[in-house]
Design a protein. Structure first.
Lengths: 215, 215
């Protein structure tokens, strides 16, 4: 049984989709002009159409606008970043110190994304042998949101240099929720096809053929 | 500094992208006609343009064609599924037993996706405080692959009802790799906008507004 006719995704669309994937970036340099709040609602709605294990919809999006909360996140980043820096040997440390790793000062929209292990949906289906599917479902939603943002000219930066433990209290999120991503969202200062870390000489991209194995 | 001019993602493209997200499904009913091997290479290449923490590119794709390996995966699924079934109470168990949960018998392409914790790229950046970013990067790549497949008319089903422990040996994958996803890929028998688990009465989708919180 089929319902409505599926749209035809023709070669022209496919080509543009591939370009979208190619031009998606982890953005850390944002313009400070505001983002239409309707965009945020749309991005969350798009993200919620992502697959989730057992259709358990474990994603919880927290839009962080409170200045004190934002400051707490920035402090957490600064501490975590200083600790990460201290673990590198001299040459790498100097390079690390020059990297721009987050857009927390400028991004007009900040969205924390959590997984709710107590999600009341899905009756546990599909995550008995791989319970991590709960978190993975939320990650898939983040990637959908990221691409949807790019179709709207918006850049996303995923800040992972954070200690997740104090984040629930800092953002007044229920204790059982697990932080998956802290996203900076806004209009990017620059557009690139190559990752920032490649441009900065930290790590190049590798030929995809190197990642495909045949059995 | 900007490089090439970014393509304009206009409203018509955005609308079609949103439709793509809406028509993506977890497919379990596949036609058995073969998939052009070039498509698989393209999908892996697209997936490798996904974000990865520190640009560490931890994704490892194993294309499983060997019949004995496929049989081992099917047996693993059957065992894991029987165990999952036994955990449900009567009414739910009957409903669970009727669900079609994997396309392992028919899908012409089967792709195991692993994370390599020993990836030689990225110098550990961005995963000191959240080491799970390694696995999350691979999940993002799976979601990109999923959408890219749909632009090519291909369906993807993510089989998570598997015991991951014996999978490395079964697929001759290096021991340290961690199984993230086992994907069935092929042309879908049917096209739908609603998830299979919704049609089967297992779990409906919830209004996305319920998942957005403001602080």
């Amino acid at each position: 049984m089929t319902d409505k006719q599926a749209p035809l995704f023709d070669p022209a669309f496919r080509e543009k989709f591939d370009a979208l994937v190619q031009w998606r970036r982890d953005v850390r340099r944002f313009r400070t002009d505001p983002v239409d709040p309707a965009h945020v609602d749309q991005l969350v709605a798009q993200a919620c159409l992502s697959p989730s294990v057992g259709n358990c919809q474990p994603w919880r999006f927290v839009l962080v606008e409170d200045p004190a909360m934002r400051a707490a996140v920035r402090d957490n980043f600064k501490r975590s970043n200083a600790e990460a820096l201290s673990a590198y040997a001299e040459g790498r440390a100097a390079l690390y110190a020059r990297l721009k790793l987050a857009g927390l000062d400028d991004a007009p929209v900040q969205l924390a994304v959590f997984a709710d292990p107590e999600t009341p949906y899905g009756h546990g289906l599909g995550r008995r042998s791989m319970p991590e599917m709960l978190e993975y479902s939320v990650v898939g939603a983040v990637q959908t949101l990221w691409l949807a943002a790019r179709t709207r000219g918006l850049g996303v930066g995923w800040v992972s240099i954070l200690d997740p433990k104090p984040m629930n209290a800092a953002l007044d999120a229920p204790k059982p929720w697990r932080l998956i991503a802290y996203l900076c969202i806004g209009y990017p200062m620059e557009e690139h096809t190559d990752p920032e870390l490649e441009r900065a000489g930290w790590q190049d991209r590798v030929d995809p053929a190197a990642f495909l194995f045949r059995r």
